[in-house]
Design a protein around this ligand. Sequence first.
Ligand code: DGL
Length: 274
Amino acid sequence: MMSPAIGVFDSGFGGLTVLRALMERLPRARFAFLGDTARLPYGSKSRRTIARYAVQSARFLVREQSAEFLVVACNTASALALDAIQDAVPVPVLGVIEPGAAAAQAASRTGDVLVVATEATVHSQAYTAACRARGLRVLEKACPLLVPLVEEGWTGHPVTAEVIEIYLNELRAEAAARGMNPDTLVLGCTHYPLLRPLFEAAVRPGARVIDSAESVAQVAVQLLHGRAAPAGAGAPPQTEVRCFATDSVEKFERLGSRFLGRPVGHVELIDLGE
Ligand code: DGL
């Protein structure tokens, strides 16, 4: 069976955590991944700028890489620009917010959920809206120090663990002040799955940590049902991946392997304009 070409993009290489989850579930699909590393971070920018950047990435993948299905592997772009992306390209576009909220709903017993994300994602209240629509109470917190720490490669560093502890203590105190009893934490940024062990060590015993990369990959498999052979469907895996970046190709090749869980190989430098 010929799988559709799947385009995946992020502001940087954090979205490789989403690509990794997709590749595990669709081992014979063809992927093109674009990291807009020249313009990272999106998380501190305005909706207008994020939408402009994200639309350029989406158009590159559809027009120049013939992507027939797009996954926005960036919480910030999903939260602020999903409509703009969907309007700009003639293929189905899947963002990470709805799958993340659905996974939180499935995981939470108390119905109270915490979300950690970038400033822009939190400001957009996209997770709040998606969780409330599912009957959940939700509290979001921006954790702006975490993306730079991941970019620095400090994914197991005691300083990063301390920063996470401080953020979560503040978030829990605010939740308690509102009478919430949260039992689920959504990692609402594609860099944060690299910090999952630190988050798991910092949450209360029994609390669930939701990785929106896993959730979006599951939904992509459902949406592509019948068009892309899933894992375990017979023929040997032969995933094709092409990676593109708008800057920092060497860093992408070096650090990207951590996100992808295997060497990213050659990364092609492209220019999306201003
Ligand atoms: N990819 C972004 C996200 O998932 C994090 C990095 C950035 O701020 O651009 O929200």
